[in-house]
Design a protein around this ligand. Structure first.
Ligand code: ZN
Length: 164
């Protein structure tokens, strides 16, 4: 696993900021950014599972991946791009990252940290298959880097999951 660059950390912090915006608008506190290697942002995705009303599949990575597909970003460019997720991508989103053609994934909170914040366990929430377990089966390699900056990444979640 390579070390994160200063750009990686800056974009991850922006994802944490956007996670707070998602929460503020009534959705879950998750966000994802797809950026070129030079830092140019191609798409930003916020969870749209709550008040935005896009439903249970509207995880932030799904929203960001759909945005680059809708924008017809060439696959060659996406192979050189990175998706920055405020929290570790779930198995569904890991598959979506692969099928979108993105070459690299960087995330903040680990799946375990998210479960802890939710006061949940693998037996009560989500899929326990990790994004690495999904992506190591990919025909084209997808580099995965994380968890990173978990203390900062937890901030948008504080007080959100109480009662659930
Ligand atoms: Zn997901």
């Amino acid at each position: 696993m390579s070390a994160p660059s200063a750009l990686d950390l800056a974009l991850l912090r922006r994802a944490f900021h956007l996670a707070g915006e998602a929460r503020a608008r009534g959705d879950r506190p998750f966000a994802a950014i797809i950026a070129r290697a030079d830092g140019t942002i191609l798409a930003e995705g916020l969870s749209a599972q709550g008040r935005s009303g896009r439903g249970t599949l509207a995880h932030s990575e799904m929203m960001a991946c759909q945005a680059v597909i809708d924008a017809a970003i060439p696959r060659a460019a996406l192979r050189q791009a990175t998706i920055y997720s405020s929290g570790e991508p779930c198995a569904m989103c890991a598959a979506a990252i692969f099928y979108t053609g993105i070459g690299r994934a960087v995330y903040g909170l680990s799946a375990g940290a998210i479960l802890h914040l939710r006061n949940a366990s693998p037996a009560t929430a989500g899929l326990s298959l990790s994004c690495r377990a999904v992506l190591e089966t990919a025909a084209e390699p997808v580099e995965v880097l994380g968890p990173l900056l978990e203390e900062e990444g937890a901030a948008p979640h504080r007080g959100y999951w109480t009662g659930g």
